[in-house]
Design a protein around this ligand. Structure first.
Ligand code: HEM
Length: 175
């Protein structure tokens, strides 16, 4: 195999789209909470995107196991570092949504959603002592850093090394 399977490629790019959507929805939610204007709808849409990312990542690991991956592009320390970053990304793609679910369960948000009453949702400072919320926020920053490093690696392969690495994550099949 010289390219990722089509379903691995589709999930890779779908995850990027969902992460961007999840990030904007999360920022909106945080601003709404600070302004005491959060809605149940805002929580549910953000949570659905996060849960989809979690399910997609678990499905992706099954696909990866079944379909295999292209061989390492090289054996240098930098190549191994890039692989390590990919593995960390997988880990964060699982723990980040789980920390979101834990935030809801361990805060007033869970009670508000169960009661269907937006007035019970956490207000400004309402998450100050919710540990899972701290973890959720820190993991967002960590994921942004990991993806930035990953993107820099892809740019290096595309424009400096010019070794066709991007084709491995493309739906266009090499003949
Ligand atoms: C921003 C633009 C992105 C580009 C240009 C890009 C490009 C690539 C490329 C070319 C590969 C194949 C690397 C190889 O064969 O060694 C790859 C793999 C991978 N990418 Fe991305 N990627 C991007 C965004 C993301 C995002 C947002 C995530 C998830 C947060 C992600 C997670 C991964 C993972 C986990 C792998 C390893 C696949 C595996 O071996 O199972 N990528 N990416």
């Amino acid at each position: 195999m010289t390219q990722y399977s089509k379903r691995m490629v589709i999930v890779h790019w779908l995850t990027l789209l969902l992460l961007v959507a999840g990030w904007f929805l999360g920022e909106d939610l945080a601003e709404a909470t600070d302004a005491n204007k959060a809605t149940l709808y805002g929580y549910i849409v953000h949570a659905l995107v996060g849960a989809t990312i979690l399910l997609l990542t678990l499905t992706r690991l099954v696909f990866r196991n079944k379909d295999g991956t292209p061989p390492p592009i090289g054996q240098s320390a930098l190549d191994k570092f890039a692989k390590g970053i990919q593995h960390l990304i997988y880990l964060v793609l699982i723990v980040l949504p789980v920390s979101g679910i834990t935030t809801v369960i361990s805060s007033d948000a869970g009670k508000a959603i169960l009661a269907g009453d937006a007035s019970l949702l956490p207000k400004e400072g309402g998450y100050d002592h919710v540990f899972a919320h701290e973890v959720h926020e820190i993991l967002v920053t960590i994921l942004i850093v990991l993806v930035a490093v990953h993107l820099l690696g892809a740019i290096k392969h595309q424009f400096i090394t010019k070794d066709g690495l991007m084709e491995r994550m493309s739906l266009r099949r090499k003949s």
